[in-house]
Design a protein. Structure first.
Length: 153
């Protein structure tokens, strides 16, 4: 049975690196391991989850368009056509035809826009803040949902 990585505050998690995109704790499995220092993550929770489960390189770096397509198909069961459209669309919008890192997806006003449910808007001249959860956004959304606003029943 494979090990399951702890949260990023645990000792195991604090000690290891995802060198070369692999996790030395969970090995060649799709078990969950959170990102560690130096890993790259995106504004997209779905793609981050693919990296946390090793469908994308766990360090979130050196991802080819084919790697992205394969991860979407294997991880989420997307059709190859949809995965192809999304992935090729992404590299065209970014203008990056070689390998990408997940953080490249945060280039402001390319794919990333000021429209996140959980992240603050980008500061002038900077990329979107993708690493910090804006707790006030989360509280507003939670209250609205609990009061039945915005949700169709
Ligand atoms: C190649 C495929 C994909 C790319 C390049 C991509 C890229 C992105 C980017 C750049 C954002 C940030 C948007 C912003 O803040 O303006 C985003 C957000 C998001 N993506 Fe993806 N994504 C992909 C696939 C998916 C898939 C398959 C799902 C669902 C399973 C998904 C779910 C989401 C959600 C829910 C958000 C909103 C997060 C928020 O409110 O902060 N994405 N995506």
């Amino acid at each position: 049975m494979s090990h399951h990585c702890q949260t990023s505050t645990s000792t195991i998690a604090a000690q290891h690196e995802h060198k070369g995109g692999f996790c030395p704790v969970v090995g060649d499995t799709h078990a969950y391991c959170p990102h560690h220092k130096g890993d790259s993550r995106s504004p997209c929770p779905a793609l981050n989850a693919l990296a946390n489960h090793g469908y994308l390189p766990r360090d979130g770096k050196n991802i080819s368009v084919f790697g992205l397509i394969r991860a979407l198909v294997e991880g989420y069961g997307l059709s190859t056509t949809l995965a192809l459209l999304l992935s090729i669309g992404a590299v065209f919008i970014l203008g990056q035809f070689r390998k990408i890192s997940l953080a490249d997806l945060a280039r402001h006003n390319l794919i990333e826009h000021d429209a996140s449910l959980f992240h603050r808007d980008a500061r002038k001249g900077q990329e979107g803040d993708i690493t910090n959860l804006a707790e006030s956004h989360w509280r507003t959304l939670r209250t609205s949902v609990l009061k039945g606003r915005y949700m169709a029943h």
